[in-house]
Design a protein around this ligand. Structure first.
Ligand SMILES: *Cc1c(COP(=O)(O)O)cnc(C)c1O
Length: 311
């Protein structure tokens, strides 16, 4: 379905990262498979990661690499990573290059997946791409990644699960991890079948475009802008995906509450409402309306109206 050499379903994207790391360290070594963390065998364990990709996606990337028996070596700086800076970190101890394709990461002055693939090829190293929340199931593999990891429960809208696609040898090495660390992250048969069906549906479903999201949010944004101390506008996905969101700003002084306090209140009601809170420290949150109906949008606007009622 995905035009890749091979694929395996895992329990979640995080498990996919850990097992992909273990796969490139252990490869087909039977002893290392059984003694991943305790073995003193001198094999490459360094995983080069652009510094701006060393993020906390809900759990730290670094922790998943360590679970897989690897050691993160950061390349570049907090605000940039070029192919040269990535390449400069390669040593005989390098096991792979890891690239996190995500809105969580630093976007500016960051090399592309194809550029990272070129560096990997140049040094004869595998490239692992964590594309957990991405919507494109083919482009990173086509750009030259050896393993690409997706979350089954994000864009694909499947059950809690993960998908690892890639070159046959590497995927076989990932599968071998079910006799190693993979056993602690075992995926259920329901997960395997559920994700497979979800992918089938995902590939044929017509997806709501960003422009359609803008259209659907029009009334919602208008309603919010008619309220005191609140303003709303359309913003586009920082990672470049075709997703439009409503950015809602709260005048914390006028409301007399911090945005974090407002968010907590909205989570407590009969209908718990959660926003993207990455910019709550700046008094802004984002509403992502994928999987949110128009009726639910009205409920959200009404709850926010009650918040500033009487002001
Ligand atoms: C969500 C996410 C993960 C983890 O995905 P799970 O399926 O929840 O384990 C890993 N990396 C990135 C960049 C993510 O956004």
């Amino acid at each position: 379905m995905l035009n890749v050499e091979s694929a395996v379903v895992v329990s979640c994207a995080s498990a996919g990262i850990a097992q992909a790391i273990a796969a490139v360290i252990v490869r087909d070594d039977d002893d290392l498979l059984l003694n991943l963390h305790s073995s003193s065998k001198n094999v490459p364990r360094e995983i080069i990661l652009p510094k701006g990709h060393n993020v906390n996606f809900g759990a730290p990337v670094d922790t998943m690499v360590a679970l897989g028996g690897g050691k993160v070596i950061e390349a570049g700086f907090a605000n940039e990573c070029s192919p040269t800076q990535l390449s400069a970190k390669v040593t005989p101890q390098t096991a792979a290059i890891l690239y996190i394709k995500s809105h969580h990461t630093v976007q500016k002055s960051m090399l592309s997946v194809s550029e990272a693939a070129a560096v990997a090829r140049q040094h004869n190293l595998p490239l692992i791409v964590d594309a957990a929340a991405e919507e494109d199931l083919t482009s990173y593999y086509q750009s030259g990644a050896d393993l690409v990891i997706y979350s089954g429960a994000k864009a694909i809208e499947g059950p809690t699960s993960g998908l690892v696609i890639g070159k046959k040898t590497y995927v076989e090495w990932v599968k071998r991890q079910s006799q190693g660390i993979g056993r602690a992250m075992k995926v259920g048969k329901e997960g395997i079948l559920g994700l497979t069906l979800a992918i089938e549906q995902y590939l044929t479903a017509t997806k709501e475009t960003g422009a359609e999201m803008v259209e659907r949010m029009g009334e919602f944004i208008e309603a919010l802008n008619s309220l005191p101390a609140i303003s709303a506008r359309i913003v586009w996905d920082a990672a470049g995906r075709d997703i439009a969101r409503a950015e809602i700003s709260f005048d914390e002084k006028m409301i007399g509450k911090t945005t974090y306090q407002i968010m907590n209140e909205l989570k407590q009601g009969d209908t718990a409402i959660y926003f993207r809170e990455y910019k709550a420290n700046e008094g802004k949150v984002e509403a992502d309306i994928r999987s949110v109906s128009n009726e639910q949008l009205n409920t959200i606007a009404e709850r926010i109206r009650l918040l500033v009622k009487g002001m």
